[in-house]
Every structure is written in C-alpha cells, then in structure tokens.
Ligand binder design. Structure first.
Ligand code: 4AD
Ligand code: MG
Length: 457
C-alpha cells in the first residue's frame, strides 16, 4: 500500500504534494462545515492533522472513531492553526479497520498499571510510542558505539550448563515431563535432553571472555535470564544485556569504556529524540533534559567501596538494611550515594570478595576484588563489571573456596593457561539505562512483555 510516513510530512519534506497517509485516529472533532482528525502512524510521536471539508466529504461519521485505521488521500498544506506546521486537506478517506466504542484507549488518560493489563494495545499511546522509539534509537547507538571502535559483535549461547554469576538464579531447561522414571537426581539429569543439567544463561560473560581472548574487543547484545524472586520496579526475569569484554585491559580501562559508552549513547538519544525527551520531561521526570545534558558533560565519580560505607554511616539517614563493611549495597544505599551525596553517576569500586563473583581479579589486600558497579540517580545499579582474574592458580583457588564444580569450568580455566592476559568487561542492563534516559520509574514500562514472578502475559 503506497503511502508516506507521517514523520516525513511533519518534517515538511512534502509540503504542496498530493499523497496518501495511513494511520490510526488519535483525536477527532466534528463541527458544522468541517471535521478534524489527528492521525498517528507510529513513525513519530506527533500526529498529522487531517482537515475535512464537508463539501468534499459529506459523511464524516465513519472516520471519527478513535483507534480506527484509515487511509487518507489529500494535499499537504501549511497549517492554518499551528504556525510553521503542516496539515493534510483530505480528498478521500477509506476505513481500513473499524474500531468500536469498547476500544479501551478512549480520550481519558490511563494509569501505567492499567496499561500493563493491555500490552497489545498500550503501544498505541504516546507514552509507549515514545519509550519504544527511544529503545530502538538507543539499541542502534550502542551498536554504533562499539562498531566504530573495532569491537566484534558476538552472540553467546542462551542455553548453558554453567552458572556465570553463581547466584543460583538460573531457570532450568528441560524436556522432562511432570513424571520421570529417574530414581536419583543424577539419573534425572542424565536422561534429560542434554544428558546433564541445563539452564538459561544469566550472562554471556564467560563465552564473551573466550571471544575477547581471540578478537581483543567484543560485545554481546542479547537476552539474559534471572530467576530471582524479586518483585521490584527494577527487576525482570528476562532482560536485555550488553556485555563488552576487552583484552589487554585493567579495571581503569573498563571504567573508561563504560563512561565513554554511557556518554556517547545518551548523547545520541538527546540528539535524535528531542520530542520524546521533551515528552518524558513533561509527563514523567522534571529536570530530565538537564540530567542527561549534565551526565554527558561532567566526569562520573569514582568511589572506593570502603569509602562508600563511611559515607553511608555518616549520612544521618536511617536505612532499612544495616550498613557495615562487608554488606552488599542495597538499592536504598546505592540511591543515597548517587542521588543525594554525589548527585551524578558514580562508579563504586573494590568490593569485598565475599559478595562478588568468583571470576573477579583479587586485589593485593587479600580482601577485595577489582569490581565496579555504576550507580545512577533514579535507578541505582545500571552496570556491573570487573577486571577478571587472569591468573590460573588464583582463579582455581577462588573457585575451590566456593565449592564450585571445577570440571564444568575447564575451558574457562584454560584461557588462563594459553596466552592469558589482563582483561575485563561489564554488563549493562538495557532496560535499566532506558529507565534512566526516559525517566520511567518501572522497568515493566520499558520492555514489551515484562516477565516477572507470577506474570507471563
Ligand atoms: O551485575 P550483573 O549481575 O553482572 C553480570 O552479569 C556480569 N556477568 C556482567 C559482566 O561483567 N559481563 O548484571 C549486569 C547488569 C546489572 O547491572 C543490571 O543493570 C542488569 O544487568 N540486570 C538486570 N536488569 C533487569 N532485571 C534483572 N533481573 C537484572 N539483573 C541484572
Ligand atoms: Mg550486579
């Protein structure tokens, strides 16, 4: 069906032309001699005003229903009411898909909670139109950032036999039914599809390291799965994960890469999505624009975990979770540090080894590892990364101390035997950075079908 994108018409690339547009009716107004429609086709947040002269089209009633899909032929002319704008004088209109009055998205503004119950329709609202365009632009910006710096894009497996983060949050993958003949756990897995226990990957990092040891600089961009039972506004069971891994690099290089990437992609969104950012500023986060402008200008803070604990202890705040050296930072702690103390993005580095993963580089103090989380205002942790332990013996002893099944990590250990080099990387939660740039405060509103505990819509 030949037609022109509304985005192009609003950019005034077709003024004076006669053409066809297709879209859904967002507003309609019928007056004595004229009728007006606003049509949106999803190519922009803005709508195109369609002006109907009743001397040209007498019966306008079939075109007035919100949500119906129309095809309109007409001429693009300068707008009468909106200075500098354009509108379409309709010559003929065809209803492609009628929309009866029980269409849920009538004029009244709905809550985000209600819209989550209609995921197949919520995308037609301004909010989700804006969220998903920013999501698309941000994804392309991330690829562009890495591609332009000679990173190789790799696709790591989603079904895996090893648990990267070791936090016991893996979904199982099985073809066994409700009943099996297995008498023991061993027999159960031995008779399953892979002949051993399998799960959905929580991270592509271990395979990412394999790739970095060959290609130097790599990144992944795909889904990761976490079966953590946390019903929070920041957790979903299936999220999109960007994981760069770089060889010949220490923790400082990892931080520099993360900061560079963050700045670059936020800058691209500011440049390419000004209408959407204005929309979010108006409806969801006052000061969003300034926050993003500042984030791409100012250096991020770098804070030692040990100093973070002191800041929290001296904050005068009452936290729900106690603060002591060795505690894992909770969202309330992270948000105090980034929102109240520094008021900007903060890298916390050198965490106690007990609360971090086995693969992180052990610092000379014997107590901490070269890990880093990036905390940002409004969200908290958005990136988790580290320099990796590149020494065979040290890695092996860290794994033994955690009672890990060494045989499952044979290849991973061998990377430390054959041409090992200092290396590191990080994982960026795609939905978390989307929350940051859009000001949406619930992760369920930046992903198409949020998978959460007890919810598989
Ligand atoms: O901090 P995490 O667990 O780190 C890793 O998985 C490392 N293997 C990454 C690496 O070094 N290559 O996860 C990384 C990021 C978090 O900072 C967060 O942004 C996001 O992934 N994330 C989640 N996002 C949404 N829902 C969840 N349940 C998430 N779990 C982690
Ligand atoms: Mg983390």
């Amino acid at each position: 069906m030949k037609h022109t994108d509304i985005k192009e018409i609003l950019e005034k690339k077709h003024t004076g032309e006669s053409l066809t547009v297709c879209g859904w009716v967002r507003t309609s107004r019928d007056s004595k001699n004229m009728a007006f429609l606003e049509l949106n086709d999803g190519t922009s947040l803005d709508r195109l005003q369609i002006v109907i002269n009743k001397e040209v089209i007498a019966d306008v009633a079939p075109f007035m229903k919100l949500g119906s899909a129309l095809k309109v032929e007409g001429k693009v002319v300068p707008s009468v009411a909106r200075e500098g704008g354009v509108e379409l004088d309709a010559d003929s209109i065809v209803v492609l898909g009628d929309c009866p009055a029980d269409y849920p998205l009538q004029k009244k503004r709905h809550t985000l909670e209600y819209l989550r119950t209609i995921p197949h329709l919520r995308l037609r609202t301004n909010t989700f139109n804006a969220v998903f365009r920013v999501r698309s632009v941000l994804a392309a910006a991330l690829h562009e950032f890495f591609q332009s710096r000679n990173f190789v894009y790799v696709n790591t497996p989603l079904i895996t036999g090893s648990d990267c983060e070791g936090a016991g949050e893996m979904f199982r993958v099985t073809t066994h039914g409700y009943k099996t003949d297995a008498k023991t756990e061993e027999e159960y897995y031995a008779t399953d599809f892979f002949g051993k226990k399998a799960g959905l990957s929580v991270s592509g990092q271990l395979e990412g390291e394999v790739c970095a040891m060959a290609f130097g600089k790599i990144y992944t961009f795909g889904p990761s799965f976490r079966a953590e039972n946390s019903n929070t506004p920041r957790h979903v069971a299936e999220f999109w994960h960007i994981e760069p891994e770089i060889a010949f690099a220490d923790l400082n290089d990892v931080l520099a890469l993360a900061e560079d990437m963050f700045r670059s992609v936020v800058g691209t969104v500011l440049k390419k999505c000004p209408t959407e950012i204005d929309f979010f500023e108006q409806h969801f986060e006052k000061g969003l624009h300034q926050k993003l402008e500042d984030a791409i200008k100012e250096d991020f803070a770098i804070l030692d975990y040990t100093d973070a604990i002191e800041i929290l202890k001296n904050s005068g705040e009452t936290f729900q979770y106690p603060v002591y050296w060795g505690c894992d930072l909770q969202t309330e702690h992270e948000r105090y540090i980034t929102e109240k103390h520094f008021k900007k993005p903060v890298f916390v580095i050198n965490y106690p080894k007990e609360i971090k993963s086995f693969y992180m580089k052990q610092n000379p103090d014997g107590k901490t590892v070269a890990a880093s989380d990036l905390l940002v205002p409004g969200v908290g942790e958005i990136i988790g990364g580290s320099e990796r332990e590149a020494d065979y013996d040290k890695l092996l002893s860290a794994m033994k101390a955690r009672n890990m099944d060494i045989s499952a990590y044979k290849d991973y250990l061998e990377l430390r035997k054959f041409g090992s080099t200092p290396h590191g990387g990080f994982g960026l939660g795609f939905e978390r950075i989307l929350m940051y740039v859009t000001g949406m405060s619930n992760i369920r509103d930046v992903i198409l079908y949020p998978r959460t505990v007890n919810n598989l819509y």
